[in-house]
Design a protein around this ligand. Structure first.
Ligand code: NAD
Ligand code: DAU
Length: 354
């Protein structure tokens, strides 16, 4: 069995579904179910004995130790994190608690579990830490894309907390010998993406007739990867990655935010035209910029391709089409995640501008 943490969030739930579609190995899923965690994402696994869900915190050392002793996973994949940059600007406490302290406690519990295994199991054991390209900071317009050797220069409370967790993972390997792997991935998009992030927010706001809030000039660049491709990259790194190495994962797909928003509007114009015949692009509004906003991220994904043979399967065109269709086909999922606390967040962040 494998232990997945944060497996009810956006990428984690896609990973659990993808894993069980490709492997017959059970998943123990430990998730705190914060505002971002959603059991409904995993509803298709109800009654499937290969999926064991436990609500809990990666920082709860006693719980994690008990789960490890009971289920004896051969690998841990750590998705659990606070993940939204704007929330980390409003308040960083939860980011430090989960991303830094939580990762530390998880590493300690996993190390004790790993040390107690017989030698053959110890050699095969893996701790895979899922991280982000944001730890590398911001790129100048014509600078080469981030390689695995790029210095860490995190700029937001979120990316600083992820950078700290990456350093802890690295240290637990170098000092304690824990067999770790780290992936640093670019921006994901796809099904179950929580509508506080750019792509799902634009889709749901467009359909609701609300403004589409573009920060600043909208010329910031991100490198977008379809979430299913991130899942296949993690499977590949887990299977064949060299212990102690880090692997950058990206979509070879740099785009400005404004280009992304216009693509979404054009797709919606085709698939669900507005009743008044106008384009959704008329809803675009420029709003105040994010403090400390990183201008550009881009991933050089040559290492994972040359060493492990991984490349993304989706183009942006195919991936964004699937994503927009998924949101059109799942209005009940959108309505559920937009209830309650979500409304308070939108009010605090956009103050009526979205
Ligand atoms: P998300 O916010 O959608 O999901 C995070 C999940 O972790 C939620 O289910 C939440 O309930 C759970 N969680 C939070 N704190 C926890 C705790 N203390 N203990 C147990 N569970 C906890 O995030 P996501 O977008 O799915 O990102 C998953 C991971 O991938 C994160 O580590 C993030 O840094 C990384 N990442 C995300 C992206 C992206 O574009 N979304 C890109 C690269 C890397
Ligand atoms: O690069 C990987 C990272 O991508 C992950 O580590 C993070 O967990 C994930 O949230 C994401 O971070 P970003 O800050 O890049 O994603 P977000 O969707 O919040 O924003 C994408 C871009 O769009 C960014 O330049 C800010 C901008 N934006 C975002 C929102 C929510 C807007 O212009 N308007 C908005 O309303």
């Amino acid at each position: 069995m494998i232990l997945v943490t944060g497996g009810a969030g956006f990428i984690g739930s896609n990973f659990v579904l993808d894993w069980l579609a490709h492997r017959d190995e059970p998943v123990l899923n430990l998730d705190k179910l914060t505002y971002a965690g959603n059991r409904r994402n995993l509803a298709s696994l109800d009654g499937d004995a290969r999926h064991v869900f436990v609500r809990g915190d990666i920082g709860d050392a006693a719980l994690v130790a008990r789960l490890l002793a009971e289920h004896r996973p051969r690998a841990v994949i750590n998705f659990a994190a606070e993940s939204h940059v704007d929330r980390s600007i409003h308040g960083a406490e939860d980011f430090v608690q989960t991303n830094v302290v939580g990762t530390f406690r998880l590493l300690e519990a996993v190390r004790a579990h790993w040390l107690a295994r017989p030698e053959a199991e110890r050699a095969a054991f893996r701790f895979l830490h899922v991280s982000t390209d944001e730890v590398y900071g911001s790129l100048a317009p014509d600078a080469p894309a981030f390689t695995e050797r790029h210095p860490y220069e995190p700029n937001s409370p979120y990316s600083a907390s992820k950078a700290a967790s990456d350093h802890l993972v690295r240290a637990w390997h170098h000092t304690h010998g824990l067999p770790v792997l780290t992936t640093n991935c670019s921006n994901n998009y796809g099904p179950f993406h929580f509508p506080e992030k750019l792509i799902p927010l634009m889709i749901v706001n467009a359909l609701a007739g609300k403004p589409l809030p573009v920060y600043g000039d909208g010329l910031q660049v991100r490198d977008w990867l379809y979430v299913g491709d991130h899942c296949s990259a993690i499977r590949r790194v887990l299977e064949a990655g060299r212990v102690g190495e880090t692997y950058n994962v990206g979509g070879w797909n740099e785009q400005t935010n404004i280009a992304i928003v216009k693509t979404i509007c054009a797709l919606l114009d085709q698939l669900r035209p507005r009743a008044d015949g106008q384009s959704y692009a008329t809803q675009i509004t420029h709003v105040k910029d994010r403090p400390g906003h990183d201008r550009r991220y881009a991933i050089d994904a040559r290492k994972i391709e040359s060493d492990l043979g991984w490349r993304p399967a989706e183009t942006f065109d195919s991936g964004i089409r699937k994503t927009v269709r998924w949101f059109l086909d799942h209005p009940e999922w959108v309505a559920e995640v937009q209830s309650g606390a979500y409304r308070d967040w939108v009010q605090a962040q956009y103050q009526g501008a979205a």
